[in-house]
Design a protein around this ligand. Structure first.
Ligand code: ADP
Ligand code: MG
Length: 727
C-alpha cells in the first residue's frame, strides 16, 4: 500500500544535522551580498564614490562607471564561486525570474576568458515573450528589457551572480512589480517629505519601511509526493478534517519539532549569508504552520528579501526532506497563511512618522500622518483589497480566521479618542489650541498611554500597532510589492493634497499650526468611517460596513475592477505610478491568472475524483455487497436484515456520493468548456468564479464524506491527520 509506505517513511524520518558555521553571525552575515563593504574592497575609489552617490541620490549611473562596477562585481562573484550571472526580476506571475548566462567568452585563441561589462550589468533583453504582459507587448515584437536597480544590491545564489532588475517594455510600460514599486516609493518620498518639512525643514527624504511576517506550512516530502493536488496546485483539493487539528490551541506555543528546528536553523543561516535579517521564528496557530519575520528594512530591499527568502525556503526545505507550502489555504478547516506587511514611513533624520513623540509638535506631525493614512485607506479601500486579492488568497479572506474581506483600520481606543476630540473642536478651540500647548486634547501625553495600547485586534485587516500599520490581508504567496504599490501611492497622493491645502491656508494668512490643525480635523471628520475597532469577523460588521459605504465585494474577479475605477486611474496617474495602459494590461493578467489557477485545480480535482476516488469507493462498496450476500445466505431473513442494516446504509450513501461526484464532474467540465469559449478575460474569470468553483466545492464535500465511509486501508491519498502532524 503506497499510502502506508509513505506515511511510514515520513514518520520515521530524523532531523538532518545542520552545518553550523564556526563564526558568529556577524562574521558571515551578508557574505553573498555585494554590499558597500564589498564595493569598497573591489572597486576603485572613484568608482565606489560614483556608485554610492548614484544610489544615495537616485541618479543614473554613467556607462564608464558601470563598466568599472561590472569588473569589480565580477571579480567578487568569481572569488565567491559564481560561474553565471543573471538579471533577477519580478514578473507578473508569482515569484521571480532569471535567465543564467555563463561569464565565459571566446578569447580568440580557442579558449575562453571570463568576462562581464557595464552593458551586460546595466541592461539586458531577456527573451521574455512568455511572461504575462496583458497584451502590452505583442509577441512578434517580443522585446522588453531589464535594467539594474542599483538601490538593491547584487547577490550570489546557487553559484550565480543575481542582479536585481526592473523589467519594462520598449515603450516604457512596466512588465513587473519592481518598476511601479520604485515609482510609488519615489512618490511617497516626495509627498511625505513635503509634509515632514512643515515640522522639520531639514528633512531631505522620507523612506518607506516594510517588515513582513512570512507564514508557511511544512509537509514531509514523501507525503507531498503522494498528493497530486498538493504537487500541482499547492493545496489539498480534498481531505476530511482530522479529528484533532487546532482546537486544543496547542501548536502556537508548542515546542518546535526537531526536524523543523533543524530546517529553521539552516534557513536562518542561509538567510543571514544573503543579508536577509531573519530574526523571529515560531510555530503558528495551525499544526505544521510556522512563521519567519526579519528586522524591517527599506521597502524595496525588504521586498527583494522576501522574494529571495521564498526561493530559499523551497531549497532549504528539500535538504530536510520537507516541502514548503506558501499557498494561502493548503488545508481546509484550519487556518491559512498570510504575510502581515508592517509598514511605516521615516525621515532621513531618523524619525518614524507614525510614532507619537514627546512634544506637542511631534504629536501634531504624528496625527497629520495618521489622518492622511486614514484618508488614503478610506478613499482606496476597494483598491487596497484588490491589491491583495488572488485566486489563492480568496480562500483565506473572510473565512473567520483571517482578515475580513472588508478593509477598515483598527486604531485602538486611545488614538481613536484623540481623533474624536480633535474632530469635535470648534473654530475658536482650534485657534486657542494653535497658540497653546494642546493639553486639552491630549496631544502632549500620547507616549505614556501608547505603552498600554497593546489590545491588538487580530480581526482587523489594517491595524495601527504603535509606530506602524500592519496590513494583514496580504497572502503568504504574494509579492508584497502589489500591496506596497497601492498603499504607498495612495498615501503619496493624499499627502500631496494635504500639503497643497496647508500651503494654501498659510498663503491666506493662517499660521502653520492653525492650518495643520484645521486640515487634520477636516480629514478626521471626512474619513473616520474607515476606523473600526470591533470584531471584524462579526455579521454586524458586514452590515455596518455596507452602511458606511465600504467595499464589501467578495468575488475576486470583480474586486480587480477597483484598479480601473476613475479615482484609482487618476491617483496612479497623478503619482506617476501607472498609466491607464499599464492598469488595463495588468488587470488582464490578473483575470487570466485567476482563471488559470482555477482551471488547473478543476482539472486535477476531476482527475483525482474519477481515477482515484471513485474506483476505490466502488471497490469498497463491492466488499460490502459481498458481505451482504454472505450474511443473507447464512442467516434467516429477519436476523440478516438486522445485521446488515448498517452495511446497507453505507452502500446507499456511497452510491449517492459517487453519483453526485460523477454528475458534478461532468457539469464542471461543461462549465469549463463554456467559460473557455469566452473572449473577455474578465468575463471568463467571472464564469470560473461563478460556475466552476461552486462545483469544485460540491465535489470535494462528497469526496470528504466518502473518506469517512471507505476502509482506511484502501484510501489512496495521505489523510489530513497524516499530512499535518510532523514528529
Ligand atoms: P507580531 O507577530 O506580533 O505582529 P512580529 O514581531 O512577529 O510581531 O513582527 C513584527 C514585524 O514588524 C517585524 O518584521 C518587525 O521588523 C516589523 N516592524 C517593527 N517596527 C516596524 C516599523 N516601524 N516599520 C515597519 N516594520 C516594523
Ligand atoms: Mg503581525
Amino acid at each position: 500500500m503506497l499510502r502506508f509506505k509513505v506515511v511510514d517513511e515520513a514518520f520515521n524520518r530524523k532531523a538532518i544535522p545542520v552545518e553550523i558555521p564556526s563564526e558568529r553571525p556577524q562574521a558571515y552575515y551578508g557574505m553573498y551580498v555585494f554590499n558597500r563593504q564589498k564595493m569598497f574592497e573591489y572597486l576603485p575609489r572613484a568608482t565606489y564614490e560614483a556608485l554610492v552617490n548614484a544610489i544615495d541620490n537616485k541618479e543614473p549611473l554613467p556607462l564608464e562607471v558601470a563598466d568599472s562596477v561590472a569588473e569589480g562585481m565580477k571579480r567578487w562573484a568569481i572569488d565567491n564561486g559564481a560561474r553565471h550571472y543573471t538579471h533577477w526580476f519580478h514578473p507578473l506571475t508569482d515569484g521571480t525570474a532569471e535567465k543564467h548566462d555563463a561569464f565565459i567568452q571566446h578569447d580568440g585563441k580557442g579558449g575562453v576568458v571570463e568576462e562581464f561589462n557595464g552593458k551586460l550589468l546595466v541592461q539586458q533583453e531577456p527573451d521574455a515573450s512568455s511572461f504575462p504582459n496583458g497584451g502590452i507587448r505583442n509577441t512578434f515584437e517580443a522585446r522588453g528589457y531589464s535594467a539594474w536597480d542599483i538601490s538593491s544590491p547584487a547577490f550570489i545564489m546557487d553559484q550565480t551572480l543575481c542582479i536585481p532588475t526592473i523589467f519594462i517594455s520598449y515603450t516604457g510600460e512596466s512588465l513587473d512589480y519592481k518598476t511601479p514599486l520604485l515609482r510609488a516609493l519615489n512618490a511617497v518620498d516626495k509627498a511625505a517629505t513635503r509634509v515632514a518639512r512643515f515640522f522639520d525643514p531639514t528633512v531631505n527624504h522620507v523612506q518607506s519601511f516594510l517588515g513582513w511576517e512570512q507564514e508557511y506550512f511544512l509537509v514531509d516530502e514523501a507525503l507531498y509526493s503522494a498528493r497530486p493536488d498538493l504537487m500541482l496546485t499547492g493545496r489539498t483539493l480534498m481531505g476530511h478534517e482530522s479529528a484533532k487539528n487546532q482546537q486544543l490551541e496547542d501548536h502556537y506555543f508548542g515546542a518546535i519539532p526537531s526536524r523543523v528546528e533543524a530546517f529553521m536553523l539552516d534557513l536562518e543561516i542561509e538567510s543571514h549569508k544573503l543579508g536577509i535579517p531573519a530574526k523571529t521564528r515560531h510555530n503558528e496557530v495551525a499544526p505544521n504552520q510556522f512563521e519567519l519575520a526579519p528586522i524591517f528594512e527599506e521597502t524595496n530591499l525588504a521586498n527583494d528579501h522576501n522574494l529571495l527568502l521564498m526561493s530559499l525556503m523551497a531549497e532549504v526545505a528539500r535538504r530536510h526532506n520537507f516541502r514548503v507550502l506558501l499557498h494561502e489555504k493548503p488545508f481546509s478547516g484550519i487556518n491559512g497563511s498570510g504575510k502581515h506587511n508592517n509598514w511605516s514611513l521615516g525621515t532621513d533624520k531618523g524619525k518614524l512618522l507614525f510614532a507619537p513623540g514627546k512634544t506637542v509638535e511631534d504629536n501634531l506631525q504624528f496625527l497629520a500622518f495618521i489622518a492622511n493614512v486614514m484618508a488614503a485607506v478610506h478613499d482606496h479601500n476597494a483598491l487596497l483589497k484588490a491589491s491583495i486579492m488572488s485566486a489563492t488568497n480568496a480562500h483565506r479572506l473572510g473565512a473567520n480566521e483571517a482578515p475580513p474581506a472588508i478593509i477598515s483600520i483598527f486604531m485602538g481606543s486611545h488614538i481613536s479618542g484623540i481623533l474624536d476630540k480633535i474632530e469635535s473642536l470648534t473654530a475658536s478651540d482650534l485657534e486657542d489650541l494653535a497658540s497653546k500647548e494642546g493639553v486639552n486634547v491630549g496631544l502632549n501625553q500620547i507616549p505614556d498611554i501608547m505603552l498600554d495600547n497593546t489590545d491588538r485586534n487580530r480581526t482587523s485587516p489594517f491595524a495601527f500597532t504603535g509606530n506602524r500599520f500592519e496590513f494583514r490581508a496580504v497572502g503568504s504567496s504574494a509579492n508584497c510589492a502589489s500591496a506596497m504599490i497601492a498603499l504607498n501611492a495612495a498615501a503619496a497622493d493624499r499627502l500631496n493634497k494635504f500639503a497643497d491645502a496647508v500651503e494654501n491656508r498659510v498663503s491666506k494668512g493662517e499660521t502653520l499650526k492653525q492650518a495643520l490643525l484645521a486640515e487634520i480635523k477636516q480629514l478626521i471628520s471626512t474619513h473616520k468611517s474607515i476606523i473600526f475597532n470591533g470584531n471584524g469577523y462579526s455579521d454586524e460588521w458586514k452590515a455596518e460596513a455596507a452602511r458606511r459605504g465600504l467595499d464589501c465585494e467578495t468575488s475576486a474577479p470583480k474586486i480587480f475592477d477597483a484598479y480601473l475605477r476613475p479615482e484609482s486611474v487618476k491617483m496612479f496617474a497623478d503619482t506617476g505610478v501607472f498609466n491607464r495602459i499599464e492598469l488595463e494590461a495588468r488587470n488582464e493578467v490578473k483575470w487570466e491568472m485567476y482563471t488559470k489557477k482555477i482551471q488547473i485545480e478543476a482539472r486535477v480535482l476531476g482527475d483525482l475524483a474519477i481515477n482515484h476516488i471513485i474506483p476505490v469507493a466502488t471497490r469498497y462498496q463491492s466488499v460490502l455487497l459481498d458481505n451482504l450476500y454472505k450474511i443473507k445466505s447464512l442467516f434467516p431473513a429477519d436476523k440478516s436484515e438486522k445485521i446488515s442494516a448498517q452495511d446497507m446504509a453505507a452502500i446507499e450513501r456511497i452510491s449517492e456520493h459517487i453519483a453526485i461526484i460523477r454528475a458534478e464532474v461532468a457539469e464542471m467540465v461543461e462549465a469549463r468548456k463554456r467559460a473557455n469559449r469566452i473572449e473577455s478575460e474578465r468575463e471568463k474569470a467571472l464564469a470560473y468564479h461563478d460556475h466552476v468553483l461552486p462545483r469544485m466545492e460540491t465535489i470535494r464535500y462528497n469526496i470528504d464524506k466518502l473518506e469517512l465511509d471507505v476502509d482506511d486501508e484502501m484510501w489512496p491519498l495521505p489523510k489530513y491527520r497524516e499530512l499535518l502532524f510532523i514528529r
